[in-house]
Write a protein that binds this ligand. Structure first.
Ligand code: FAD
Length: 405
């Protein structure tokens, strides 16, 4: 029995425990995680950890001693399979029952699998955990050709690292541009050109029929019948939120567990935070969305912790995100979905520029490539939903901070 039980030892789970202790919570806290490691940062798995620039110890969210000192009990290598909201207890796959006063569900998601199967084959990978990254790294020596399925951030980041390792990389994207779900066309075209300039082949509007291979992958068959040969295949087509036990227990939700602005689920004393939760977000015009970002995981976890402590708070944070590919640092703020115009500021050819997204003339989001100044200064425009003449926004000689109201 713990006063606060956190399920999921990732970004959101870790931050929930940190925020509880920061706000002087003196009760018992335990964190149950199905991975063997104490919480670590996931973004480096397709960046600095994958490339070898950072060792695992350097991507821990906090060192082991931190959790001991703060008396956060780590119950690792255990998976919660059911929740009993009336009895206020969870059950693990080993049959252990653990009681709680408040439950914070912070389970993230599992990589979406290809509908055509093939995930049992050696050489086929997804990138979500340290174990996933280590498995890929262990195989790399014997690999020449890699096919990445999915031109989203994770797929493109992995492609950039593999390119640096000297592998021949082909990215297969079903839509007509990479990053189509998260960015506007100017940004997509820029990244396609960058990858191609580095020698990565980007193939758009292609769908995968099946993965070829007996025990080990040998290629990817496209729906037209052509086969792209591969020694390794990385599937980066999104995640499925890990919420079944909560849904089975009666929580409202579908694509994630539904939470209110205090991160409460529809079940008493159960909160959900991070990638697994769905909330209505004012930066998405109040639509119910699921955000997959460190920002959202941390901010929601802090809100849940404070709410448990009776501190008046509400989730209203502006979304932000980043991606590193080659020597390009992308920083984004706001949500660009639903934009009706874009403004490019600076020169993509100079590899330092920003794309501003407008809806009804308001600035709703900003994607900044090697342009931290715009990112920092433009944040305010997004928070305020500023209305600014597009010609002025495009004038890179005028700092964005001079445009804020
Ligand atoms: P997670 O960090 O996934 O933690 C959930 C934990 O719960 C996992 O350990 C999971 O195994 C465990 N779990 C699940 N079910 C159970 C269960 N039933 N019982 C016990 N434990 C369970 N975000 C950014 O903002 N910027 C980036 O550049 C970026 N890059 C990324 C690159 C990669 C390769 C990946 C995978 C993600 C990236 N993200 C990035 C997204 C970011 O990592 C996630 O948004 C963040 O990890 C979400 O935190 P979370 O706590 O909700 O989930």
């Amino acid at each position: 029995q713990y006063d606060v039980l956190i399920v999921g030892a990732g970004h959101a789970g870790a931050q929930a425990a940190i925020a509880l202790r920061q706000n002087k919570f003196a009760g018992t806290i335990a964190m149950i995680g199905d991975e063997p490691e104490i919480p670590y940062e996931r973004p480096p798995l397709s960046k600095e950890y994958f490339s070898g620039e950072k060792a695992f110890e350097r991507i821990l969210i906090r060192p082991a001693a931190f959790w001991q000192e703060r008396q956060v009990e780590m119950l690792l290598g255990r998976r919660v399979v059911s929740v009993d909201p009336a009895g206020k207890a969870v059950t693990t796959a080993d049959g252990e029952t653990i009681g709680y006063g408040a439950l914070i569900w912070a389970t993230g998601g599992k990589p979406r699998e290809l509908p055509c199967g093939g995930h049992h084959l050696t050489g086929l990978h997804t990138v979500r955990t340290r174990a996933d990254a280590d498995r890929m790294l262990a195989e790399l020596d014997g690999v020449t050709r890699v096919v990445v399925i999915g031109g989203g951030y994770i797929g493109l980041e992995a492609a950039a690292v593999l390119n640096k390792f000297g592998k021949q990389v082909v990215v297969l994207e079903a839509l007509d541009r990479v990053l189509a779900r998260v960015a506007g066309e100017p940004l997509s075209r820029f990244y396609e050109a960058e990858h191609r300039a580095h020698g990565v082949e980007i193939r758009l509007c292609v769908t995968v029929a099946c993965i070829e291979g007996e025990d080990k992958v040998t290629g990817v068959r496209l729906s037209g019948g052509a086969v792209v040969p591969a020694d390794m295949v990385i599937v980066g087509i999104g995640i499925v939120p890990a919420v079944q036990p909560l849904i089975d227990a009666g929580a409202l939700g579908g694509n994630g567990v539904t939470v209110d602005s205090q991160c409460r689920t529809s079940l008493p004393d159960i909160y959900a935070v991070g990638d697994c939760s769905q909330h209505s977000n004012r930066f998405a015009e109040g639509r119910a969305i699921r955000l997959e970002s460190v920002q959202n995981a941390n901010d929601q976890a802090t809100v849940a912790a404070k709410t448990i402590l009776g501190i008046d708070t509400e989730y209203d944070a502006v979304p932000w995100f980043w991606s590193n590919q080659y020597d390009l640092r992308l920083q984004t703020v706001g949500l660009s979905t639903g934009y009706d115009a874009t403004v490019v500021r600076g020169d993509p050819a100079a590899r330092s520029f920003s794309v501003l997204y407008l809806r009804d003339r308001r600035v709703i989001a900003l994607d900044c490539v090697n342009s931290t100044k715009d990112y920092v200064q433009g944040r305010k425009l997004v928070v305020e939903g500023a209305v600014i003449d597009p010609a002025r926004l495009a004038d890179a000689s005028v700092p964005l901070k001079e445009m804020a109201g």
